[in-house]
Unconditional design. Structure first.
Length: 669
């Protein structure tokens, strides 16, 4: 085949592959066997290899980049991607409708109601029908350029179809990246087989996959998209939202399914209620419905607040509950020796996930519920919340139920359990208890503590069970050869974990204090202690009176700190840490205290900071960073995909700022 004929064939193959991609990934109506599709793709790849001058960015072979990215550049949204106000009841939806009616006066209006996909919002820009850039929502004004990762998703066309519609010079579409339940289950099974940490839910899996630096890994994750709207556009005009969606579908985009035009709010509420009952039949998660004004002109009239459009609102489904059976109660021991009962349940599907375990909190809760093995119980789960047993269906008892035995000895080491005054938890006091040691090491290595990447549960199990580690200080005396002898550890993985442990030695003192696992000492108290005393040695000799003289350190925390440093076993571990050249002093803080007296809480995913990093920065600039909102909170720093804190902050009247605004306050612009 000569060069001219090859170019013609390449064009033909691309059109064929795009057609079959649309039929398979967008329309869900495949027309060709996988083998035939693979043959076409291989032929195209071979021809492009032979004639690389004919390769174009929108070719199907260019979806997956072979070169990992070094990072993500920032992209400013020409039209801000605002967040939505949430409602949780029919009454709140009717209140929203009253506000719309008041602002539109005597004008007639209608709604479009569609799914609220539990995923990650993105923006995709096409110029003359060709994919140009894709960005995450970010803080609404600015997101990350995730083009390379979005291109790996086959339901996103790299070239729009011009079969029936003219293609505009500029078209920006917005949509939700998600992972199907089927794909999520399969992915977690693969991770479990490899001994890797499982994803908590499909949304977390989607968000994590989209932020990977290697598009080849993103391509393997099997992400999908639903387009739910438009941003900026030129060379085309839309009068209604449903008209825009219809156009996008004809252009080859996978638009959101099961939308409905509703004449009034009553119809909208009825449609919401229908899908609340039917949503389990979907292969993807929805956590509510979105009610939008259909007319784009009326949307412009209604406008937006600084954060949310006035023309749309989200109706969040209430927490789901289901009836299942309690099969047994297992015990787990935490790093402080607390023995916690965990309910093992007959698997039941709730809120898009299969629930087989639930927390019972403590043995007083078991007594309160009068819960027994083989009982039928009501379990509740909402979003990412840990499943919880609400009540027992006592009317379903058969007489075969077995009371839960409250242990008197540690189920792992056999030591007698005790209970502190004013506490409900039973505790194991054995410092050599393997279960406690494992949990202490996991806490020590956690992201907010010493941040030892790769030191997860399965590795800690091996290290403790083989006697290589008896406390967290022993981590710093492990050799490369020690890791090589473990299961699933080749040279590269052994070197990676060795490097991560070495890197952790240079962290600041506040991280080390938190990592020690002193009871009642959280991240905030650890920072206070580190900045007050400056060194571990100085902290270790403080009396209870010296400690209680510090703001935020009460008598309970002071007693706990004092007892920790007086314990000979702990002293021995700390000496080993010092000898391993772990930093035990605080770096000098010379920055101006620009945030002094201001209290911050952070929610959502940030672009430039981890949660720990931004909280450390706030404290280093004289501010206060905590995890819970309260009347003394001045600011909520809101990142991408915020949680329930956003709604609470609005109700409390707390000022909400995005990451860019925070950077300005902190002098980081």
């Amino acid at each position: 085949m000569d060069k001219y004929a090859s170019k013609e064939r390449i064009t033909k193959l691309r059109d064929l592959i795009r057609y079959h991609d649309r039929k398979y990934f967008v329309d869900n109506k495949p027309e060709t066997p996988d083998r035939e599709y693979d043959r076409l793709y291989s032929e195209l790849k071979d021809l492009e290899k032979k004639f690389p001058e004919f390769i174009t960015p929108d070719s199907p072979t260019q979806r997956v980049s072979e070169i990992p990215q070094e990072g993500f550049r920032h992209v400013r949204h020409a039209v801000p991607m605002l967040s939505m106000d949430n409602t949780y009841s029919h009454e709140e939806l009717r209140d929203f409708d009253k506000r719309v009616k008041k602002n539109l006066g005597k004008e007639e209006y209608e709604y479009v109601v569609e799914f609220k996909i539990d995923g990650v919002s993105v923006s995709i820009t096409y110029e003359n029908g060709k994919f140009v850039t894709g960005a995450s929502r970010g803080d609404g004004k600015e997101g990350d350029d995730v083009s390379q990762n979005l291109k790996t998703i086959k339901s996103i066309p790299l070239k729009l179809s011009s079969e029936k519609e003219s293609i505009p010079s500029l078209l920006e579409v917005r949509g939700e990246i998600f992972m199907t339940k089927t794909r999520f289950i399969k992915l977690n099974k693969e991770k479990e087989r490899r001994g890797e940490e499982l994803f908590a839910n499909p949304r977390n899996a989607s968000a994590g996959s989209l932020k990977l630096l290697d598009p080849r890994i993103t391509a393997e994750r099997g992400l999908d998209i639903f387009i739910w709207g438009v941003g900026q556009y030129k060379g085309i005009d839309f009068k209604r939202h449903d008209e825009a969606l219809e156009y996008l579908a004809k252009a080859g985009l996978k638009v959101i399914q099961h939308t409905r035009r509703c004449r009034d709010i009553t119809e909208a509420i009825e449609f919401c209620d229908q899908w609340q009952k039917k949503r389990e039949g979907l292969d993807y998660e929805i956590d509510g419905m979105v009610v939008k004004i259909n007319s784009l002109e009326q949307r412009r009239k209604l406008g937006s607040t600084a954060k949310c459009p006035r023309w749309m609102i989200a109706y969040k489904f209430p927490a789901e509950k289901a009836l299942t059976q309690l099969l047994e109660v297992k015990m787990q021991v935490g790093r402080t020796g607390a023995v916690t009962p965990v309910a093992i349940l007959k698997p039941v599907h709730i809120s898009g996930t299969t629930v087989s375990r639930a927390t019972l909190h403590n043995f007083d809760e078991i007594k309160r519920l009068d819960i027994r093995i083989k009982d039928r119980v009501f379990v509740e789960k909402s979003g990412e919340i840990i499943p919880k047993i609400l009540s027992v269906a006592k009317e379903k008892r058969t007489g075969e139920e077995i009371p839960v035995r409250i242990p008197t000895k540690c189920p792992f080491c056999g030591f007698s359990l005790y209970k502190d005054r004013n506490e409900v938890a039973l505790r194991c006091d054995n410092v050599s208890c393997a279960a406690q040691i494992k949990q202490k090491i996991l806490h020590f290595a956690s992201r907010d503590a010493m941040d030892i990447e790769g030191l997860g549960g399965s590795l800690v199990e091996q290290l403790v069970d083989r006697g290589l580690v008896r406390d967290y200080a022993d981590l710093y005396y492990l050799k490369f050869e020690d890791f090589k002898r473990l299961e699933r550890f080749a040279d590269k993985s052994a070197q990676n974990i060795s490097d991560a442990i070495e890197k952790s030695k240079s962290h600041d003192l506040n991280r080390l204090i938190f990592a020690l696992g002193i009871r009642h000492v959280g991240q905030k108290a650890a920072w206070t202690l580190a900045t007050k005393f400056g060194s571990l040695e100085k902290l270790s000799v403080q009396g209870i009176g010296d400690l209680t003289s510090i703001d935020e350190i009460g008598p309970v925390i002071a007693e706990s700190i004092h007892s920790f440093f007086k314990n000979k076993s702990n002293t021995g571990v700390l000496n080993k840490i010092k000898k391993a050249n772990v930093r035990t002093e605080m770096r000098k803080i010379t920055k101006k205290a620009t945030l002094e007296g201001k209290a911050f809480v952070v929610t959502g995913t940030l672009k430039d900071y981890s949660r720990k990093a931004i909280e450390d920065l706030i404290r280093s600039l004289g501010g206060d960073a905590s995890s819970g909102l309260g009347k003394n909170t001045d600011y909520l720093v809101c990142g991408e995909n915020p949680g329930s804190k956003l709604e609470k902050a609005k109700k409390l009247g707390i000022r909400i700022i995005n990451e860019s605004e925070f950077r300005k306050m902190a002098g980081k612009t």
